[in-house]
Design a protein around this ligand. Structure first.
Ligand SMILES: *Cc1c(COP(=O)(O)O)cnc(C)c1O
Length: 364
C-alpha cells in the first residue's frame, strides 16, 4: 500500500461495541472517522483520521439548503484467517468522482482516498464483525460547507468516511420480496441526477416508498420518468429479470445508477456463458412474459443485500408472481458466488477482492 501523509489523532477512549449478533443496519459507528477539506484555490488539503465526532457547520452551509452532496457505500469483510477484504473499492472511488462531476464538486485523488479508507479500517479493525453474514459498512461522502445562501457550487467541501458494523441482511435466509410498481412518482429523468449517488435522489423517493410500504410492499419498482413504461430500478437497487433462459437488465440510460453489483453480475454471467443483455425493458413486456410462462426470475442487486429476489410485482391492479414466490436457482447461485468472493470463501477469478494489509498503527 502506498502510504499518503494522513494525519492520525487516535481517540483517548474507546466506545463499547454493540453485540455483533444483533446488529442493525447503520446504527452504530466506530471510534474514528476520516476528514479531508477542500478550499478553492488550495484544493483538497489536511487529510486526517480523527475520533468519530459531530461536525461543526455553519447553519448557512450550502449542503443544508441546496443539497450539494454525494456519497458511496461499500463493505469490508473479516475472513476466518483474520484478513480484511474489500470488494472493488476502486470502483466506488471512481463513481464518487463521477457523481462529483455531475454535482459540480471538485475531483479528488482516488488513491489517497482509498489509502485513507484502508488506514481507517485498520485502526478500527476490532469493529469488523466476524459472524456469518455481517460486515463493516463503509460510507464515504462529501458535503458543501461554504456559508452562503446563493445557488452556486460551494467554494469549500468536506470529504468524510465513517464506518458502521452491520448485521446479516437476510436473518432468516434469502426470501423474495413483494414490489409495488410505481405509477405516480418518478425517481429520475434523463438529464437529471439519477446516475449520480446524491442525497436528493433519495429524499425524492421517500414518498413512493411510504405509500408502497403502507400497502404492504417492501420496495418500489421505478419506471422511466417520461413514458412511465420502461423499467429503471427497484428501490435503491438495480434490477434483473430472467426471461426464457436469458438474463436482461435495463441499459444505462443516464437516469439509472451504475451499480457495482450490477456490473459484477453481468461479468459473472458472461463468465458462466449465461446470456445476459442490457436493453430497454417495458413493464408490458414483463407482464406478457409472465402470462406466457416465460418470466423465470427477478431480483434486485446492490451492496447492502447483494441479491434481493423478487417474488411478486403489483402493477395496475395486476399481480405478477415470479417463480411461485420462491427464490430462483440463478438468484441463489449469484448470491452465493458473489458473497463467497466477497468473504474470501470462493475463488476470485476476476481479481475483485482487495486485501487490506495490516499496518502498525503506532508507526503511522
Ligand atoms: C447505490 C445504488 C445502487 C447499487 O449500487 P451498488 O454499487 O451495487 O451498491 C443502485 N441504485 C441506486 C439508486 C443506488 O443508489
Amino acid at each position: 500500500m502506498t502510504q499518503h501523509k494522513i494525519d492520525i489523532q487516535l481517540a483517548s477512549t474507546r466506545k463499547p461495541k454493540p453485540a455483533f449478533d444483533r446488529l442493525e443496519f447503520g446504527k452504530n459507528f466506530t471510534d474514528h472517522m476520516f476528514v479531508w477539506d477542500y478550499t478553492e484555490g488550495i484544493g483538497w488539503h489536511d487529510p486526517r483520521i480523527v475520533p468519530y465526532q459531530p461536525i461543526m457547520l455553519d447553519p448557512s452551509a450550502m449542503v443544508f439548503h441546496y443539497g450539494q452532496t454525494v456519497f458511496e457505500g461499500l463493505k469490508a469483510y473479516l475472513t476466518d484467517e483474520e484478513e480484511i477484504l474489500l470488494f472493488r473499492p476502486d470502483q466506488n472511488m471512481k463513481r464518487l468522482n463521477r457523481s462529483n462531476t455531475r454535482l459540480c464538486i471538485p475531483q479528488f485523488d482516488e488513491e489517497l482516498a482509498l489509502d485513507a479508507l484502508k488506514q481507517l479500517i485498520v485502526i478500527d479493525r476490532d469493529w469488523i464483525p466476524n459472524i456469518e453474514g455481517t460486515s463493516l459498512y463503509i460510507r464515504p461522502f462529501i458535503v458543501a460547507t461554504e456559508p452562503y445562501l446563493g445557488v452556486a457550487p460551494s467554494k469549500t467541501y468536506q470529504f468524510m468516511i465513517i464506518l458502521s458494523p452491520v448485521g446479516a441482511y437476510y436473518k432468516e435466509g434469502i426470501n423474495p420480496v413483494k414490489i409495488a410498481v410505481q405509477n405516480e412518482f418518478v425517481r429520475a429523468v434523463k438529464g437529471g441526477t439519477g446516475n449520480a449517488k446524491t442525497g436528493g435522489n433519495y429524499a425524492g423517493s421517500l414518498k413512493a416508498q411510504e405509500v408502497a410500504g403502507a400497502a404492504g410492499y417492501s420496495q418500489v419498482l421505478w419506471l422511466d420518468g417520461k413514458e412511465n413504461r420502461y423499467i429503471e430500478e427497484v428501490g435503491s437497487m438495480n434490477v434483473f429479470f430472467k426471461i426464457n433462459g436469458e438474463v436482461v437488465t435495463p441499459e444505462l440510460n443516464g437516469s439509472i445508477l451504475e451499480g457495482i453489483t450490477r456490473k459484477s453480475i453481468i461479468e459473472l454471467l458472461n463468465h458462466w456463458n449465461i446470456p445476459v443483455v442490457e436493453r430497454q425493458i417495458s413493464m408490458d413486456e414483463i407482464y406478457q412474459a409472465h402470462k406466457d410462462g416465460l418470466l423465470e426470475e427477478a431480483f434486485g442487486t446492490g451492496t447492502a443485500a447483494v441479491i434481493s429476489p423478487i417474488g411478486e410485482f403489483f402493477w395496475q391492479d395486476k399481480k405478477i408472481t415470479v417463480n411461485n414466490g420462491v427464490t430462483g436457482v440463478l438468484s441463489k447461485d449469484l448470491y452465493e458466488t458473489l458473497t463467497g468472493i466477497q468473504k474470501g470463501t470462493k475463488q476470485d477469478p476476476f481479481g475483485w477482492r482487495v486485501m487490506v494489509q495490516p499496518i502498525d498503527v503506532n508507526s503511522l
